[in-house]
Design a protein around this ligand. Structure first.
Ligand SMILES: C[S@@+](CC[C@H](N)C(=O)[O-])C[C@H]1O[C@@H](n2cnc3c(N)ncnc32)[C@H](O)[C@@H]1O
Length: 276
């Protein structure tokens, strides 16, 4: 069944990827990824979207296995990565991890797995994913995620000021927020909910196999994507916010108040590994 992301895929880069705020935040993510994986190593990407991050890593000589549940996103990624060396593009649905039995690694060790910009928010329980990843990463392997937390100060402040209390507090809805995207004036929904794990909840679900090594806010002083246009129309304000975000927007203590947080884990050596 086509997903809402299939509808978004053809214009995702024009609507989101190309926007100055998204480019700034993605630059921050790339700087983190560059510390986590080296040329010649292998990265598994979950929810690759149109392949921006896969392209960045492939250009650095990283072997990338880019995956997504949306066929249209995969088509966009394949088009973007045509001719790129060491890249495979595969369908993988995080809600159906063991379905199909595709084994992406072909015996190759995965050194790092990552998912950027809200991919993990499509899940309600992160422990099955953590267990699945633990079987594919050796001790010392890295995992990194850009996740939307339950509290985004910008979102609450902006939408409450505009009297849009439903939007302001959507992340707090019981059972998750209805998945809906306003795409060029049309609301696209598909009856799925998105969920907002706190950094603590995510770390708990990963804790049996992974230890948290890093966390920082991603977009603490910059608005969520539905407000990008308002700020981007004011270049001086945009420059000031970007500069401020770079100066004070990386405080780990404030990670859970931004539009996303960036969280990194290391695969720990568990007693099960030692006896294997
Ligand atoms: C907001 S986009 C982020 C895309 C990309 N990571 C980026 O940085 O631009 C979320 C992505 O997650 C994918 N996605 C949603 N649910 C998924 C699932 N259950 N399994 C795998 N991918 C999923 C969507 O198709 C979409 O490409």
């Amino acid at each position: 069944m086509p997903s809402a992301f299939d509808t978004l895929a053809p214009t995702y880069d024009a609507d989101f990827t190309a926007s100055p705020i998204a480019r700034h935040l993605r630059g921050r993510v790339h700087a983190r990824l560059d510390r986590l994986v080296a040329s010649g190593e292998t990265a598994l990407e979950l929810g690759c979207g149109t392949g921006e991050d896969a392209l960045h890593l492939a250009r650095r000589g990283v072997h990338v296995i880019a995956t997504d549940a949306s066929e249209a996103m995969l088509t966009a990624t394949r088009a973007k990565l045509v001719g790129a060396a060491h890249v495979r593009v595969e369908r993988l649905d995080l809600q159906n991890l063991n379905h199909g039995g595709t084994e992406f690694t072909e015996g190759r060790e995965i050194n790092m797995v990552f998912a950027n910009f809200g991919v993990l928010n499509c899940l309600e329980d992160w422990r099955p994913l953590a267990a699945w990843l633990a079987r594919r990463l050796r001790p010392g392997g890295r995992a990194a995620f850009g996740v939307m937390p339950p509290l985004c100060l910008w979102e609450i402040g902006w939408h409450a000021l505009h009297g849009e209390f439903g939007v302001a507090f959507r992340r707090w809805q019981r059972g998750g927020a209805q998945f809906g995207i306003n795409h060029r004036g049309t609301e696209i929904t598909e009856g799925r909910a998105i969920h907002y794990p706190s950094p603590r909840r995510l770390a708990q679900d990963f804790a049996p196999w992974f230890r948290r090594t890093h966390i920082e806010p991603l977009g603490l002083l910059l608005p969520p994507s539905d407000v990008y246009g308002v700020i981007e129309k004011r270049p001086r304000l945009l420059r000031a916010l970007v500069a401020l975000d770079d100066r004070i927007g990386r405080n780990p203590a404030l990670a859970a108040c931004a539009d996303h947080y960036w969280i990194e884990f290391e695969r720990a050596s568990t007693s099960a590994d030692r006896t294997a």
